[in-house]
Design a protein around this ligand. Structure first.
Ligand code: SAH
Length: 360
């Protein structure tokens, strides 16, 4: 059976191309979302209502292999403990259960081996796609997810259908493609968000919270101006070069598309409102004005993408190590030689706080 097109987790293990060694960029933004988590818990979490059940259940959806997930989870738990102290409740009576979720192919062994030994929670792995039910009804108190929700449940069908006007011939992504392709990706995002929110609405207790951070594009910004999209355009151009050189077949390039979509905060807002089961308590932009704050190099960007896309490229393009080295070296060079970094200023990462509201 063919694997769903998006079920390619980040590179596991602790080798040079692993996610655990190439995710410090994401960590900066997990740090920034910490303030929102503290506010969420301080202002919106009714801990007294849950403290009688003694167990406080947290899920990190799309956790990958760490260390970011452990850091994010400890931010959540610290905020809950602080809230207990501020109310004069004994936080020691609360037992924390943390569920680490990712695709079945995620390297859960590395994740479990690196669990912090001094953690104050019970840990469990939950394999499977978050575009579907993962937990029993009304059990989760806090759901966290970062850098995962821009992954779609799959590539939109039309984009791979030769008879459709949305067939994405010669391209691997939507930003520079025609309107039909962009619309197909946008519609897939809307559909996926609906499925995600319906599933979570079943699983999250009433009044329970979700903090979701994901890469976005600024409201009103054209897809072609978004830094991540510009960067992936360069990946596409490397693959086109390989077709010209005869190291990759044109057919294989035509069949390959990336299962991601960078929605605007407005699109996210509309998805939540359409669904009606959660209310948005706050939405914040995590990227700070000055792009100079994080000087980027082609090599850094290429390593980050390699940790994310290697599995997909290995299977769909049948690239071996040598080809991957060649591809990502060229990809890094193309970044350094292009004007892509000036678009880093336009980057956007949104963190949204949702509360499970009464509407069903
Ligand atoms: N949260 C971590 C890892 C982000 S990488 C961090 O912030 O550093 C994104 C992760 O989301 C990957 O491990 C990927 O496998 C996972 N992911 C993407 N789509 C998913 C889905 N539908 N269900 C579960 N996990 C998914």
């Amino acid at each position: 059976m063919e694997r769903p097109s998006n079920a390619y987790p980040m590179n596991g293990g602790e080798g040079p191309h692993s996610y655990s060694r190439n995710s410090s960029g994401q960590r900066i933004f997990i740090d920034r979302a910490c303030k929102l988590i503290q506010e969420a818990v301080a202002e919106h979490l009714d801990i007294e209502a849950y403290s009688s059940s003694r167990a406080f259940l947290v899920a990190d959806l799309g956790c990958s292999v760490g260390p970011n997930t452990f850091y994010a989870v400890s931010n959540v738990l610290q905020a809950v403990e602080q809230k207990c102290h501020s109310l004069g409740l004994d936080s020691q009576i609360l037992e924390f259960q943390v569920f680490f979720n990712d695709h079945v192919g995620n390297d859960f062994n590395t994740l479990f081996r690196s669990l912090p030994p001094d953690r104050r929670y019970h840990a469990a792995g939950v394999p499977g796609s978050f575009y579907g039910r993962l937990f029993p009804k009304s059990c989760l108190h806090f759901v966290y997810s970062s850098f995962a929700l821009h992954w779609l449940s799959g590539i939109p069908k039309e984009v791979q259908d030769k008879s459709s006007p949305a067939w994405n011939k010669g391209r691997i992504f939507y930003p520079s493609a025609n309107e039909e392709v962009i619309n197909a990706y946008a519609a897939q995002f809307a559909k996926d968000m609906e499925v995600f929110l319906c599933a979570r609405a079943q699983e999250v207790v009433l009044g329970g919270l979700m903090v979701l951070s994901f890469i976005t594009r600024l409201d009103g910004a054209p897809h072609s101006q978004v830094f991540v999209n510009r960067s992936l355009d360069l990946l596409e151009s490397c693959l086109v070069d390989m077709v010209k050189k005869g190291t990759l077949s044109e057919e294989r390039l035509d069949e390959f598309n990336l299962p991601m979509y960078y929605a605007s905060p407005q699109e996210m807002k509309e998805a939540v409102e359409r669904n009606g089961r959660f209310s948005i308590k706050k939405m914040v932009e995590l990227v700070e004005e000055s792009a100079e704050a994080y000087p980027l190099t082609g090599k850094m960007i290429a390593s980050t993408w390699r940790a994310a896309l290697e599995g997909l490229l290995k299977e769909k393009m049948q690239f071996g190590e040598e080809m991957l080295d060649e591809l990502f070296d060229l990809f890094a060079r193309k970044h350094d030689e292009s004007s892509v970094f000036k678009f880093a200023r336009e980057s956007s990462i949104t963190s949204v706080l949702l509360e499970r509201s009464t509407t069903n």
